[in-house]
Design a protein around this ligand. Structure first.
Ligand code: NAI
Length: 289
């Protein structure tokens, strides 16, 4: 099967790795050639670590790498049977990419979006054939996280939904059907987790490290809210909160934070830029509780 992945950032790279590991031919596209090169280098590092842990052979590594084509041209998606988009969380940009894509792929190809919060119905409405479109929402890091939310839009053909649900299951993931509502399941539950932590910080009740420590050491969460936001990326996390807030008619429960907005504006996006709430270039200076 040929899989087209649009966007070679955090999520697109992970999804490409999963599909290739499952034996699919993958075309991974990004408008930024630098990102494609980084994605390639990152995959090699990840696979080398798996070899060190004896979870992969050298031969399997080469097969995974060789099944991925890095592309700067959407026209390379001509033979793709399943395309998944993981680009910037912006409705108009996603709609434009879907319009461009539909002119290239075959009429039977399925188009999915990895959006965290946007309406699948709105994204699908950009297509001439929206019945072939649905949400397939992986979690970060995609190769490790079992859950995948599968979201049919009102336009989605039931056969397409069933086919993709089964495909994701056959990739060793745990697909769960979710309704096309803002944030679906996990991102809706997670909003107050981030939002309340940011409010506690802004009200000067406790600092970042103390809140994270309380939630991990005492609350038994794998990551505290600030570690998690740094991991996700503040541009992405802020955009998701803003979308959910607007989509729920400005319900104050989902109100975005200026503190996070400023980090996104400054380019302190978290791990991916080396700095967010924590400084990843100089971990020793990070505050300890
Ligand atoms: P990212 O910022 O790491 O990567 C996005 C990539 O898309 C960048 O490499 C950028 O060059 C590329 N891009 C932007 N516009 C493009 C266009 N018009 N054509 C081609 N490429 C384009 O973002 P990330 O974190 O991978 O998120 C992507 C999507 O996945 C978003 O919709 C986000 O909401 C969703 N998502 C993110 C998660 C996370 O934890 N970061 C988790 C689950 C979903």
């Amino acid at each position: 099967m040929v899989i087209g992945v649009i966007g070679a950032g955090t999520m697109g790279s992970g999804i490409a790795q999963i599909a290739s590991t499952q034996g699919c031919q993958v075309v991974l596209f990004d408008k930024n050639p630098k990102v494609l090169q980084q994605s390639k280098e990152k995959l090699e590092k990840i696979l080398n670590r798996l070899i060190e842990k004896s979870r992969l052979t050298e031969e399997e590594k080469l097969d995974i790498i060789n099944r991925i084509t890095y592309s700067k041209d959407l026209k390379d998606f001509k033979t793709a049977e399943f395309c998944i988009e993981a680009i910037i969380e912006d409705l108009e940009v996603k709609q434009q990419v879907f319009k461009d894509l539909e002119q290239i792929i075959s009429k039977d190809a399925v188009i999915a979006t990895n959006t965290s919060s946007l309406s699948i119905a709105s994204i699908a409405s950009a297509l001439k054939h929206p019945e072939r479109c649905l949400g397939v929402h992986f979690f970060n890091p995609a190769p490790l996280m079992p859950l995948v939310e599968i979201i049919p839009a009102v336009q989605t053909d039931k056969i397409v939904f069933d086919q993709i649900f089964e495909m994701i299951k056959s990739w060793g993931k745990t697909p769960v059907r979710a309704k096309d509502t803002p944030g679906f399941i996990v991102n809706r539950v997670a909003r107050p987790f981030y939002g309340e932590a940011l409010r506690i910080l802004e009200e000067d009740i406790a600092d970042v490290a103390t809140i994270d420590w309380a939630m991990t050491a005492l609350g038994h969460f794998k990551m505290g809210p600030f570690q998690l936001m740094d991991f996700i990326g503040h541009d992405v996390n802020y955009a998701v909160t803003e979308t959910v807030f607007k989509a729920f008619y400005y319900d104050p429960r989902y109100k975005p934070s200026f503190t996070q907005k400023r980090l996104a504006e400054a380019g302190y996006l978290g791990r991916k830029t080396g700095k967010g709430f924590y400084d990843y270039n100089n971990e020793s200076i990070n505050p300890k509780p």
